[in-house]
Design a protein around this ligand. Structure first.
Ligand code: NAP
Length: 311
């Protein structure tokens, strides 16, 4: 198939380009930076320099490529987690890409007659409105507790979830768990090493992870098959922070994380982080396994973290 990948140079995108080419697909891959085009060509893709927020340019580029499938992997998270106390401010550019960027690709798909659109969404930790409510299925909404500093971010994620399956002829939303693995979330390792991620309020918030090459494999599956809808792309082992964080610290030879009460966590890091640490729910991957025929190579972050950090 001809596949148009936006965000092709990102943490997931670069593994996805390789995996699509290895599976025999023709890939057009976008970047905003002309200097990154050679790397995409070397990987076997046809590079296109494109800003996903430039609607006319997006429509023109998609029309020229005439793809069978469009993949939306555009985010703007490489600025790091500075300013994490205000989720909306930190995610402002990503929110644009999730709303306006999605609209541009959907319009381009319609013009070019591209039926299938696969878009990135989020199954990471959050301050759940119903903590303790068990694993979230693919039908469950994001459902975060309302926070003053996290309004636009959750709305932008919910926009992708609600719009893509309805507006594209075959719209697929992949809600990825927390990425780790080659080229992903390296900043987290540094922070764990420096004991900058404490266990807040007992750390009973449950997180779902996915190794980044496993996430790329799930994306290839969604390019090739699956009914329209939302799919959680997470491993088999949702776990409380109190389990995975000390394990990760031990795996990399760091000291155990510091322990901080919730009130102090709130003061230091804000409500969202405390919600992630204490009131987050994990996600079920049953639907993706059954309907996309996807099996993660790392069913548990326990093996995955070891492989990630031993390389
Ligand atoms: N579920 C998760 O846990 C999750 C999800 C996403 C990211 N992350 C983490 O966040 C960190 C940063 O992610 P990242 O490395 O993927 O970087 P990123 O800054 O989020 O960029 C991702 C991709 O989006 C593209 N992009 C950004 N703005 C664009 C625009 N206006 N138009 C077109 N394309 C645009 C970038 O392309 P160019 O810069 O080449 O134009 C890049 O290919 C990583 O550690 C990653 O693991 C985690």
């Amino acid at each position: 198939m001809r596949v148009f990948v936006t965000g092709a140079t990102g943490a997931l995108g670069r593994h996805l380009v390789h995996a699509l080419i290895a599976a025999g697909h023709d890939v057009t891959a976008t970047t905003r930076t002309p200097g990154k085009a050679a790397g995409l060509r070397e990987a076997g893709a046809e590079p296109v320099v494109l800003d996903g927020l430039d609607r006319d340019a997006v429509i023109a580029a998609v029309s020229a490529a005439a793809p069978d499938v469009i993949v939306h992997q555009m985010t703007a998270l490489s600025g790091g987690t500075r300013g994490f106390r205000n989720f909306d401010r930190m995610f402002a550019a990503t929110n644009e890409l999730r709303t306006r960027g999605t609209d541009n690709l959907l319009a381009a798909a319609e013009r070019a007659g591209t039926r299938r659109v696969v878009a990135q969404s989020y199954a990471g930790p959050g301050p759940d409105a119903r903590p303790g409510g068990g694993l979230k299925t693919d039908d469950d909404p994001l459902d975060w507790r309302p926070l003053r500093t996290a309004v636009r971010g959750p709305a932008a994620i919910a926009y992708v979830d609600a719009t893509v399956p309805v507006k594209a002829a075959e719209g697929i939303v992949l809600r990825y768990g927390g990425f780790y693995g080659p080229g992903a979330s390296e900043a987290m390792l540094g922070a764990v090493r420096k004991r900058m991620i404490p266990l807040v309020g007992g750390g009973m918030g449950v997180w779902s992870f996915v190794e980044v090459t496993d996430a790329a494999a799930a994306t290839v599956a969604a390019v090739e098959r699956g009914e329209p809808g939302v799919y959680n792309i997470v491993d088999d082992d949702p776990a409380p922070v109190a389990h995975w964080l000390p394990y990760l610290a031990q795996t990399i030879g760091a000291k155990p994380p510091l322990r901080v009460p919730a009130w102090l966590g709130r003061l230091l890091a804000g409500d969202l982080v405390v919600g992630q640490m204490t009131g987050s729910r994990g996600y079920s991957n049953e639907k993706a396994k059954k309907e996309l025929g996807w099996e993660p190579r790392y069913p548990s972050w326990r093996d995955g973290f070891r492989a990630w950090t031993s390389g």
